[in-house]
Write a protein of this length. Structure first.
Lengths: 166, 166
């Protein structure tokens, strides 16, 4: 059975999942962030079937997340590299990494550490930046319907308000 | 074909996707964040088949992300609520929301806005907090292998270093 598309769900989370939510896709993006760019390298590193890898790469190119172009050093070879739209997924990867290290940890310690590049020190956590440049704990951030929200989003927002009062 | 499990991939991103990466799962979690807790409400709001919803909820309960318990006001009804492990996914939802609003936008504007709860102002973006409390742009954060990293993770890290030098 073909999986139902989320394209008609008017929600930024559904729209993002529509583009990057298929099985394998975020692992392909993870590897692309590390500079992996050749089909065979993805295939070997992920141990993924060639038809699934091919479908996922095609979809990422069609979505503008990966750019497909001839390799600079060998015009017969093809390379896949992240576009600006793809590189903008870095916060998503960081948030997922942090959750996985905290809530699905390995007994021997971290597999991946979030480090401050300049100091090499582990970061304490993720935060938001206010409109005037203050650092805000993520718990102080609210998700509220905007001008393009539909009835389903407004329904969720009302539930959330009731929950906050309750 | 049963989808390949990521359980044997020693990476926090793969481990997280193993728990929340199935189609529909993050939309169920989105709704749970808004206080939705009944099977029928999820089913109607998401327009999802009962067997898929049932499988996803069971998996989330087994993973410790949702708690399944009798409704306080009606012991024959069952409610699903987020545990601490589930609520810890908030940064993931915020990062995905922000990406979706920026890179898969609606022509009429935002569907969901990230607002500072106290002021109601839109947040400027996500950031990290350093070990000594400074706000760090996410571009200043590096992902580096930790003590539990395997050969595949070290391979990716070497690629990334080469990329940074190139």
């Amino acid at each position: 059975m073909r999986k139902r598309s989320f394209a008609d769900i008017n929600c930024p989370i559904a729209q993002t999942l529509e583009l990057i939510g298929e099985w394998w896709t975020l692992l392909i993006i993870r590897n692309a962030f590390c500079g992996m760019c050749r089909f065979d390298d993805f295939q070997r590193h992920l141990d993924i079937s060639t038809n699934i890898l091919s479908a996922r790469l095609q979809r990422l190119v069609a979505s503008g997340i990966l750019l497909r172009q001839p390799a600079p050093d060998d015009g017969r070879a093809v390379e896949y590299t992240l576009t600006d739209k793809g590189r903008a997924l870095y916060p998503v990867l960081l948030a997922i990494t942090q959750w996985g290290e905290t809530w699905a940890p390995h007994p021997d310690g971290a597999r991946l550490q979030l480090l401050e590049r300049a100091s090499g020190q582990p970061v304490a956590g993720l935060a938001a930046v206010s409109h005037d440049g203050r650092s805000l704990p993520l718990a102080d951030i609210d998700l509220q319907p905007g001008p393009a929200a539909d009835a389903k989003t407004h329904h969720l927002a009302r539930l959330r308000q009731q929950q906050a009062k309750g």
